[in-house]
Design a protein around this ligand. Structure first.
Ligand code: SF4
Length: 286
């Protein structure tokens, strides 16, 4: 500020003080009238006092050079408070958690799951569900077609005439019946001992597969064409494919005729003996 301007300014300040006006405020050009506030006014530095309009205001002091500062690290926003919901299947304090399942399920678990089954139309005419019988850790599993009248009565597989022939064959290869496991593709007797129908097999065979998975035998012996179709998916005639081994899951399967066929065709017993001899060789060599 030059001397002349400083002198003029001082003269104007004295003039206003004589009039009783003591406080002076500087208003930036273009600034609006301050709104009335109930807050106490902030002290204004003297240098900011308004200039009278006698002469252009002194040039504003140069603004300090603004140095670009590195951006301040922005604190990560606090995560919204998560609402933790208990899992739907969580247990209450009054429930006992089930033991973790390891390995295949047991035959008893599968039987429990089957329950008083009505999954197919064989249920109304059956007397008993014939689930299966034998060693739950057997190396050899026999799969037949379905329960007959004797089996329906007793609740056990292969206990009629065909069953007695099967037992003889098992003994002929040096095994006991209790050492093997015997079951069927359907667990309820089809009326009149007819062949199980497609929908009945579809409803029941998952339980058969689970039984085999639970036992994990070294060999599954399919007795008759329906068992071969269900287990191996082979539709050729049984007399063509019998006596052969097939891959089945992680084990092997052998197809042979149903003992009931031998009862009707006694001269064919030798083919059953031949196939049982292959079973013996397989189990001894495995
Ligand atoms: S045959 Fe099998 S699926 Fe059908 S009712 Fe009997 S157990 Fe259930």
């Amino acid at each position: 500020m030059d001397d002349r301007l400083r002198e003029e300014l001082r003269a104007w300040l004295e003039f206003y003080r004589e009039l009783g006006i003591e406080d002076f405020y500087r208003r930036e050009p273009g600034a609006r009238e301050p709104s009335v506030s109930l807050l106490p006014a902030k002290p204004v530095p003297a240098a900011a006092a308004p200039l009278p309009k006698l002469s252009p205001p002194p040039a504003a002091p140069p603004r300090p050079t603004v140095t670009a500062m590195p951006p301040r690290p922005v604190a990560p926003a606090a995560p919204a408070a998560a609402v933790i919901q208990p899992p739907v299947s969580s247990l209450s304090l009054f429930e006992t958690p089930a033991a973790p399942r390891s390995g295949p399920e047991t035959l008893a678990q599968i039987r429990d799951d089957l329950g008083d089954c009505h999954r197919c139309k064989l249920a109304p005419t059956r007397k008993t569900i014939v689930f299966g019988d034998g060693n739950p850790h057997a190396a050899l599993v026999f799969v037949g077609e379905g329960p007959g009248a004797d089996e329906d009565e007793q609740g056990l597989p292969f206990v009629g005439r065909a069953g007695k022939l099967l037992t003889r064959m098992i003994q002929a290869i040096g095994m006991k019946r209790e050492e093997v496991y015997i079951c069927n593709i359907v667990k309820c007797r089809p009326p009149g001992n007819r062949t199980p129908e497609k929908d009945e097999v579809e409803a029941c065979s998952p339980f058969l597969y689970r039984q085999i998975e639970a036992i994990r035998p070294r060999l599954v012996c399919c007795l008759g064409a329906p068992a071969v179709r269900t287990v191996l998916g082979i539709k050729e005639g049984i007399t063509k494919i019998r006596g052969r081994f097939y891959d089945f899951a992680s084990t092997k399967a052998l197809a042979t005729v149903h003992p009931a066929y031998i009862l009707r065709n006694p001269r064919e017993e030798k083919i059953l003996r031949e196939d049982f001899e292959k079973i013996r060789e397989f189990l001894q060599g495995a």
